[in-house]
Ligand binder design. Structure first.
Ligand code: FES
Length: 237
């Protein structure tokens, strides 16, 4: 009996390893499923739902749903793309994302997803929430306006850095990233070299004094769509 798991993704036969998520199996086959909270070095969180696929017709998060023998997964259909487009648009209106003034522009995964999905302006009303910034750390800047609550910093700080600098507080519209000190990030043991600082997909956590070291126009997603690296690494079909 084969140890591999075989399933169908958008009409293509995919072989995955037992225990692999749909997203990981798709990656290994060179099929990009859009994602935001998922990161290759972190445990899956399943919170943003950008990776939503239909599994035997039911919506599931591909980053947490295990691949299983014989399942039929829909990812690239107009129905799923429409769903994802709405999720990405909602992420934009829930925060304050002023891309033209953001140091992360061109390297931002949320912006890159919008470009990949052809989103020029969200169809939903902007919420313009009040969010504060924390510049108290000598080397790190935390701007909650741009935070998408993906939890990458929370997982990286806890699981990789072993520090628990970041955590979620509040619920619903009031949910936000908090730090492990009353006075702000500057009072924590966060270091600029921490994994938690590296993995932010947007411009919410930035390193100070290195802004624009790579000019806008020469950044990762200025040249190729997000997901291209996975598609390019596809094994020969
Ligand atoms: Fe799967 Fe965020 S990438 S839920």
């Amino acid at each position: 009996m084969s140890e591999k798991i075989t399933f169908i993704l958008d009409g293509n036969t995919i072989q995955g390893e037992p225990g692999q998520t749909i997203l990981k199996a798709a990656d290994a086959a060179g099929r990009y499923i859009p994602r935001l909270c998922s990161h290759k070095d972190l445990v899956p969180h399943g919170s943003c739902r950008v990776c939503t696929v239909l599994v035997n017709g039911r919506p599931q998060a591909a980053c947490t749903q295990p691949a299983a023998e014989g399942i039929v997964v829909e990812s690239g259909s107009p129905k799923v793309q429409k769903l994802r487009t709405s999720i990405i648009e909602m992420l934009f209106v829930e925060g304050n994302h002023f891309c033209m003034f953001c140091e992360k522009s061109g390297n931002c995964e949320l912006q890159a997803l919008a470009y990949r999905f052809g989103i020029t302006a969200p169809r939903y009303p902007y919420q313009f929430p009040y969010r504060d910034v924390d510049a108290s750390h000598p080397d790190i800047f935390l701007d909650r306006n741009r935070c998408v609550l993906c939890g990458r910093c929370v997982r990286a700080s806890r699981d990789v850095d072993g520090k628990n600098v970041f955590q979620f507080v509040g619920r619903g519209r009031d949910k936000r990233i908090a730090v492990d000190a009353r006075a702000g990030l500057g009072e924590t043991n966060a270091a600029v070299t921490d994994k938690a600082i590296e993995v932010c997909p947007v411009g919410a956590i930035l390193r100070k004094r290195v802004g624009y070291a790579v000019p806008v126009g020469k950044r990762q997603y200025d040249h190729e769509a997000i997901g291209t690296e996975i598609e390019k690494a596809a094994p020969a079909r």
